[in-house]
Design a protein around this ligand. Structure first.
Ligand SMILES: Cc1ncc(COP(=O)(O)O)c(C=O)c1O
Length: 450
């Protein structure tokens, strides 16, 4: 077996070589590279095949089979790259190998995540008394928030959920918009609310929940709003809906996977009134450009989250703000450290600059697409550009030509019954030149397609 130092240095130098060349890679792996992934399909070896040979295979076959999301020309989903400081922090965490359940398992992690939590509330301007659980994804954040919401509402109705379970409990109804993210539907299904107990509110032409069509809500209701609709980037009318919900004792959760970051920039008016909600989820791995497994669930009343996620035991007592009492995991990576590193390195100004620069680039893309004769279907209030060519077939031809080129990548969606294309500018690496080249390619494709 090779020594630890050599193996880790080998991994590091391969990682560096990958990063050095990420801008030159096809943005989506070639058919040959994808075919070569079959090379991983070995039988489980009886005798170990060695550290360096294993890392070599991972790099030789795996690296060419990756999507260049860590480069500047990937515009798919709402995917950011990794800030170097956040990636470096993750590498140090790997060396520490501390479980970050609580102070006892990793004092450094506990201290840093506490600071990261405070800074997150400051930069998003959410109530300072809120609790922040660092979790894997916005999907998990919404799941945890709905767990806390149901437990709290039922408690107020005199039902002890922990003791009595859901059977026979008062019905809790979910109210959300018809363009809520699929992670909301998933959380509703997984938690056993029942899709029949969801009241779906129509959205307006921009993709915002239409507050005038809100059904009757009461203290048995969880209203799920969103900041950053996945196609248009729009946010729901928080001020009106939250005031109506608060008046009757409903719970309001906000899925702000990417849109909440607008609050850290001059675009904060997009999220006007969102700070009055009861809970929020937001990702680091989208717009803050931290590596994956980076998200947060936040509740206004910390006791709601702590009571729902409580996992103290005689062998593992801890403080209420231990991360195992704020999220689903017990053993866990110190996910908040990469967020801390990104916030410390960028500062408030750097985060604002990242958000504002990518919003500006999205506006440049939208202008270029209009000039090239495409229909831009959204107002481009944040970093999302939704557009189409003349008909569904033409739109798909453009999409496939871009994807097959290996020069750029973005995806498709259905918007108001028609195929549309989504460009998301979320990466710190994306430059004006990347965006100009994208526009040139799309303009040429449209010319040759018409
Ligand atoms: C609005 C919205 N909510 C939730 C999610 C899910 O986030 P995650 O991938 O972190 O689970 C996304 C991801 O695209 C999103 O855009």
């Amino acid at each position: 077996m090779t020594g630890e130092r050599e193996v880790i240095a080998d991994g590091d130098s391969r990682a560096q070589a990958f990063l050095d060349g990420v801008g030159l890679r096809p943005v989506y792996p070639t058919p040959e590279s994808r075919q070569a992934l079959e090379g991983f399909d070995e039988s489980l070896p009886r005798h170990g095949l060695g550290d360096q040979a294993t890392i070599k295979l991972l790099d030789d076959l795996g690296s060419p089979g990756t999507v260049a999301t860590n480069g500047g020309r990937y515009f798919g989903f709402v995917v950011g790259a990794s800030l170097p400081v956040a990636a470096a922090a993750e590498r140090l965490l790997l060396a520490w190998d501390n479980g970050a359940a609580a102070y006892v398992t990793g004092p450094s992690a506990a201290a840093i995540e506490k600071v990261a939590a405070r800074w997150m509330l400051e930069i998003l301007d959410l109530p300072s008394e809120s609790a922040v659980g660092f979790t894997t994804s916005a999907s998990t954040g919404t799941l945890i928030a709905l767990i806390a919401a149901r437990r709290t509402l039922l408690g107020r109705l005199g039902w002890d959920l922990d003791r009595r379970g859901t059977s026979g409990a008062p019905d809790i109804r979910i109210v959300t918009s018809d363009v809520a993210h699929i992670s909301v539907t998933k959380a509703v299904r997984v938690l056993g609310f029942g899709l029949e107990n969801v009241a779906t509110v129509p959205s307006d032409e921009f993709g915002r929940l239409d507050a005038s069509k809100l059904p009757a809500i009461d203290d048995h209701t969880i209203v799920v709003l969103q900041s950053g609709e996945v196609n248009t980037g729009e946010s729901d009318p928080f001020r009106d809906v939250i005031a109506a919900a608060q008046a009757v004792g409903a719970w309001v959760h906000v899925d702000g996977a990417f849109g909440l970051w607008a609050r850290a920039s001059k675009h904060r008016a997009e999220t006007d009134g969102v700070d009055a909600a009861d809970s929020w989820t937001v990702d680091g791995h989208k717009w803050l450009n931290t590596p994956y497994d980076s998200a947060m669930v936040i509740t206004r009343r910390s006791e709601d989250l702590v009571a729902a996620m409580q996992s103290d035991s005689p062998y593992a007592p801890s403080s209420p703000d231990a991360q195992k009492n704020l999220s689903l995991d017990f053993s866990r990576r110190a996910r908040g450290v990469a967020i801390w590193a990104a916030l410390r390195s960028l500062g408030r100004d750097g985060v604002a600059e990242l958000i504002e620069r990518t919003v500006d680039l999205a506006a440049v893309v939208a202008d270029g697409l209009r000039d090239a004769g495409y229909s831009v279907l959204n107002r481009v209030v944040l970093n999302q550009v939704l557009f189409a060519s003349d008909d569904d077939e033409g739109t798909l031809r453009i999409l496939h030509a871009v994807q097959d080129s290996g020069k750029f990548w973005f995806g498709q969606t259905l918007w108001r019954g028609k195929v549309a294309l989504r460009i998301s500018v979320s990466s710190w690496r994306t430059t004006r030149d990347d965006v100009d080249q994208l526009i040139v390619m799309l303009a040429l494709l449209r010319q040759s397609d018409s």
